[in-house]
Write a protein that binds this ligand. Sequence first.
Ligand code: AMP
Length: 398
Amino acid sequence: MNNISTYDFNGKRALIRVDFNVPLDKTTLAVTDDTRITAAIPTINKVLDNGGSVVLMSHLGRPDGVPQDKYSLKHIVSAVEKAVGKPVKFANDCLGTEAFKTSSDLQPGEILLLENLRFYEGEEKGSMEMAEQLAKYGDCYINDAFGTAHRAHASTAVIAKCFPNDKMFGYLIEKEIDSVDQVLNSTEKPLTAIVGGAKVSSKITIITNLLDKVDNLIIGGGMAYTFVKAMGGNIGNSLVEDDYIKTAKEIIEQAKKKGVNLLIPVDTVEADAFSNDANTKTVAIDKIDAGWMGLDIAEESISDFKKVIMDSKLILWNGPMGVFELSNFQEGTKEIALAVAAATKKGAFSLVGGGDSVAAVNMFDLADEVSHVSTGGGAMLEYLEGKTLPGIAAILEN
Ligand code: AMP
């Protein structure tokens, strides 16, 4: 494996897999959030500053192997040009003679962006033939797309085989891996995981895996009510997964056995409808009125959780504490986000990942006040679960 910091790009074309799967305005098709584009700039600049040229490849949306204008990467060319401060050439097809010719003719300092990789089925199927064709556009390969590192696609994992001596991670992926490793491997204590969001079922593997590592496990959001029901509480119409009550009981048992301080909310903001206009009351979480539902954690839980967070040295946060999209039920998530930011200021290392927790820190303008916000929700969770990510393994293996 090579290292981007020491690799000599002079006179070489670097083929970079980036994650430019950015949101576009439905009408104008202009980029509405360029975070993923700016996140790739350090890697792009490293190659250019070192005398190389750049071929960028990415997917956008889910065109499922069929070219469609609304998923064309041509719509993002100007946003990439703005971010990198240079003109960017565009190939209308990621395969074929135009892409081959333009990439062959690239001069040092020049950038080419290829059309959406998922316009071909071979991308998601991990086609070796497609990987071999793409490999012709570069003298070396950089994977900087953490968001798709858990997929064995042609451009993320398979292609690495074509560059046995010239493959490496980009700076973004390096930073993502370092951040998760810091949480997984650090001996600093206490380590607190905050897991929220809608369902126990989607977070069960990560919760089970974390029980062997964390000192404190805070459970919030919709999944908390399955735990409360498992303990015999009345949860009214709150979100619940009856199939997971047994699992919740096992987690409570395991936490006891392993000496993990498991924090389940003690109070909740209940509402008589899933709406910002609903009537609301704060009640004990195990005494939710019939017909009402818990949509946020309330003061006592916030205060309990904050104390633990403020004393933590390592914090991992995935999933909101309540229905933060509705302003009347965002207090819990906001207070926890503020506590994570305050603990970070005090010296803790904090990693926030997963679509909705990232949206929450952005909503409260706290993204710069935590140590790392992961760009890849699914990939981060799988890495934390201890799974081997194909996009990462492909670079590491000889
Ligand atoms: P996830 O994608 O599993 O992290 O879940 C995030 C979603 O969980 C958000 O859209 C929240 O609105 C939702 N959520 C959080 N707390 C609750 C709750 N108490 N009841 C229903 N949905 C919730």
